[in-house]
Design a protein around this ligand. Structure first.
Ligand SMILES: Cc1cc2nc3c(=O)[nH]c(=O)nc-3n(C[C@H](O)[C@H](O)[C@H](O)COP(=O)(O)OP(=O)(O)OC[C@H]3O[C@@H](n4cnc5c(N)ncnc54)[C@H](O)[C@@H]3O)c2cc1C
Length: 382
């Protein structure tokens, strides 16, 4: 955090909530990160403590009993948590991943039930990706066939964050195979529905505190009242859902980058070269300066996006720019921090190699950076 907080004009409430998150993370998360990274597990008791701090309600609107925090405050919380562990941040925040889709297009009853569930600490995941369709969402195969009183769903969703931990999942499924992008719809599928199972836990390179697995549906009956929004609008809803989350999602990348920068500064001041610290070398100073410039630029862009969201202004291609720029900035900054650490940066005894493993994800998930560039280019040239 710079001398102004995350941004100029940060309110006292925002500073207090960030201080509370920092204190929680230093006390509860920092001591166990290495162990949970090694065993690749999400520490569930810490999610429960998150709830004890009243933070289950951060994404839940006030009218449904939550805190209804604005996007800027949620940005600040995520950046702070990511400084301690980005994988924990991802799974912890993905308890409410599917909630946004329900809040955007669900009925009042669906919204109320989903909010109650989040406030109880139960998760709702979001499943778009399938083995043959990641970037190419148009190739979705999971089917939802109309039957009396509802739909029968069949298909496998892969790489689903919190597939093991969640109690339900918002699923994108094909309801009209002849209608292309207008033939997909969103459904809420309960983990307890007959025919639902979860695949093996993904043994990932990084973000190992985050849970990722397949969500499998075999002849799952879903009643009609679990269709979210209008039949056939699922693709548009999913894209709107991802776009709306950009400023908060990228906060994780910025938090890790800031953490790597702080570590690099500390290390450069104490690591000796001949008579003085390496911090006195211009080559090191330039790297630190480049890191600071990039973190500041990404944060300014993200806060701007969050402020637009709070003002109800669609962020459009700013969200795609933010996703691609923030994730690449983060990888470069952590890589430079590793360079400053020299051989120790490459050692698992020091903190940087884990950060580099973690941040590699940011340019892949929630739409790869090639897809972000494709959208930006096409939009500007249309
Ligand atoms: C840890 C983790 C958590 C995830 N969590 C979730 C989740 O909760 N829910 C969910 O639905 N999904 C989730 N995903 C899936 C993620 O969103 C996809 O992995 C991502 O969208 C990319 O899809 P893919 O892996 O199939 O790659 P592909 O789409 O097969 O892409 C392979 C390569 O081809 C490039 N490419 C593809 N199409 C184009 C194009 N048109 N132009 C140029 N290049 C292109 C890509 O950029 C990439 O480099 C998660 C993934 C991971 C790794």
């Amino acid at each position: 955090m710079n001398q102004y907080g995350y941004y100029l004009g940060m309110s006292q409430d925002q500073k207090d909530i960030v201080a509370m998150v920092r204190e929680f993370a230093e006390r509860e998360l920092d001591p166990i990160v290495r162990e949970y990274d090694e065993k690749s597990e999400f520490p569930i008791p810490l999610h429960e403590k998150w709830g004890e701090m009243g933070l289950f309600g951060q994404d839940v609107p006030v009218e449904y009993g939550g805190l209804g925090l604005d996007a800027v405050t949620r940005y600040c919380i995520s950046e702070e948590l990511a400084k301690h562990d980005a994988g924990f941040l991802i799974s912890n925040s993905c308890y409410a991943f599917g909630l946004s889709a329900i809040l955007a297009d669900g009925t009042d009853a669906q919204k109320r039930a989903a909010c109650d569930r989040i406030l109880r600490g139960e998760g709702i995941s979001m499943a778009i990706t399938e083995p043959q369709s990641g970037s190419d969402v148009g190739s979705t195969r999971t089917s939802a066939v109309k039957v009396d009183g509802g739909y029968i769903l069949n298909g496998t969703k892969c790489f689903i964050t919190n597939a093991t931990l969640c109690s339900a999942c918002v699923i994108l499924a094909v309801t009209d195979p002849d209608a292309g992008y207008h033939g997909m719809s969103l459904f809420l599928v309960e983990k307890t529905d007959s025919g639902v199972s979860v695949g093996k836990h993904e043994d990932k390179m990084g973000m190992r505190l985050s849970d990722t697995a397949d969500f499998i549906m075999e002849n799952v009956f879903v009643p009609e009242d679990r269709l979210i929004g209008v039949l056939g609008d699922g693709f548009a809803q999913s894209m709107k859902f991802l776009a709306g989350k950009r400023p908060i999602s990228v906060a994780g990348a910025i938090g890790v980058a800031q953490h790597a920068l702080d570590l690099a500064i500390e290390y450069a001041k104490q690591r000796k070269f001949k008579d003085g610290p390496i911090a006195k070398l211009q080559g090191i100073q330039f790297m630190i300066a480049d890191m600071e410039m990039r973190v500041q630029a990404a944060r300014a862009m993200a806060i701007y996006g969050a402020q637009m969201t709070d003002a109800g202004i669609p962020i459009g291609t700013l969200g795609n720019c933010l996703k691609a720029f923030g994730s690449e900035m983060c990888y470069d900054v952590v890589n430079m921090a590793l360079q400053i650490y020299g051989g120790y940066g490459y050692s698992r005894e020091y903190p940087i190699e884990k950060l580099l493993r973690d941040v590699r994800l940011y340019s892949i998930f929630e739409g790869t950076n090639q897809i972000q560039r494709q959208i930006i280019g096409k939009t500007l040239l249309s």
